[in-house]
Design a protein around this ligand. Structure first.
Ligand code: COS
Length: 381
């Protein structure tokens, strides 16, 4: 746990116990019921997790991003849907407000985040996924307010969120240079959840479609400057992608640990699976992949903490860790043989949960575009 403060290391021990004793036993039920129970969210509040990353001047504990990333990894190893509640609240809502919000916005909303009120990010639209700059939701100035109309889709923390950071077009003629970002309260008239979206994995995480019908928000709720909202959301995703890398890492670690334990118990042809060379090769490759993903993820988090440029590192961590999670989840299931394919074990859930990490917060194809652009830019400079 290099690079963490002593108090952060101590808290991580509590989080490990919380994940092992309280979250993991509920993971199957969370998957089946498609809901993270309120009691787990309350426990995360009690443990101070929502306050952890918020600076002390806004009522938080001022812990590092590196700490948060490890907390997300640990909780994801028990249940990635539960981890996503925390991850979304802090990296997708807290971080943009922290980075770009006015002092008033920070005082108003970050305090509420520390108290466990959950936030989300509303960027994606039915026709604007990878091409994030092609959003159609508009915000038109009306006195001291802006009036928002449009639809957002695949919004994580959907039913839990009390407020969202929302990307809108304030000048549609200017492309990404006409995008602005606002905080919108979920109880604002005209704001509604138009449907729940049911998924293959991370099924406990609430994912929704949002409808904005003449939603009036004060101009003072703008996060950052007028028409500079694309930067807000891109930098938010730089942090968010490290969070997803941590989530992928947690899923990979859980799948791997369970499979290795099994190979130490299961005998075929008169010997333990773990003593067979073919199985050992699988174990070695997975262990090496996980270690490499962990190093990339922690390195990106460290750079984020040091306010160093980390667009490339964030995308590399997300790309690699999510691919590792998928490889490891598939190979781990294979080690369980037929048992792995049943719902009696968690192996199949890990495989389903892993898949989204290659898709959300930018598909891995988009991560490759970002990495290539950064590498070429670095070579030119
Ligand atoms: N971090 C910071 N700034 C970034 C950035 C990043 N990761 N990516 C782009 N930018 C900046 C660029 O530097 C540029 O700024 P300037 O105007 O100062 O030059 C501006 O944003 C526009 O960038 P670009 O021309 O590269 O925009 P494109 O429309 O070509 O698209 C990609 C850029 C593909 C990277 C962007 O649309 C993207 O990330 N798509 C994926 C969206 C996504 O992750 N959605 C999932 C949401 S789930 S919450």
């Amino acid at each position: 746990m290099e690079g963490l403060r002593d108090e952060e290391k101590d808290v991580l021990q509590y989080i490990e116990r919380f994940a092992r004793e309280e979250v993991k036993p509920l993971a199957r039920e969370i998957d089946l019921k498609e809901e993270v129970p309120q009691k787990l969210i309350d426990r995360m509040k009690e443990l101070g997790l929502f306050a952890s990353y918020i600076p002390k001047e806004y009522g938080g504990y001022g812990m590092s991003f590196s700490f948060l990333v490890r907390a997300i990894e640990i909780i994801s190893s028990a249940c990635p849907s539960t981890a996503l509640v925390l991850d979304g609240a802090l990296t997708l809502f807290g971080e943009p407000v922290l980075m770009f919000g006015s002092e008033d916005l920070k005082k108003k909303y970050l305090k509420r985040v520390t108290e466990g009120e959950i936030g989300g990010l509303a960027l994606t639209e039915p026709s604007a996924g990878s091409d994030a700059a092609s959003i159609k939701t508009t915000a038109v100035k009306d006195g001291d307010n802006y009036v928002i109309n449009g639809t957002k889709i695949f919004i994580s923390n959907g039913r839990l969120a009390k407020f969202y950071v929302v990307d809108v077009m304030t000048d549609p003629s200017k492309g990404y240079k006409g995008i602005s970002t606002f905080v919108v309260d979920a109880d604002t008239p005209g704001f509604s959840i138009s449907r729940d979206i049911h998924k293959m994995g991370i099924r406990g995480s609430s994912t929704v479609e949002l409808l904005f019908e003449n939603v009036k928000v004060p101009a003072s709720n703008m996060v950052g400057k007028l028409n500079e909202g694309f930067k807000v959301v891109m930098e938010t995703l730089d942090a968010g992608r490290i969070g997803i890398a941590a989530q992928a890492l947690g899923i990979a670690q859980a799948a791997f640990s369970e499979a290795v334990e099994y190979t130490n118990q299961r005998k075929q042809f008169g010997q333990l699976l773990s003593s067979m060379e073919g199985v050992q090769f699988m174990i070695s490759d997975m262990a090496t992949d996980i270690e490499a993903a962990r190093l990339l993820t922690y390195n990106a988090a460290k750079k984020w903490d040091m306010h160093e440029p980390c667009i490339k590192e964030s995308s590399m961590a997300k790309l690699f860790a999510s691919d590792v999670a998928n490889r490891v989840a598939t190979e781990s299931l294979q080690l369980f043989g037929g048992y792995g394919y049943t719902v009696d074990l968690d192996a199949e859930r890990h495989m389903r949960d892993a898949k989204i990490t290659q898709i959300y917060e930018g598909t891995n194809q988009i991560q490759r575009v970002i990495i290539a652009r950064e590498v070429i830019r670095e070579l030119k400079s």
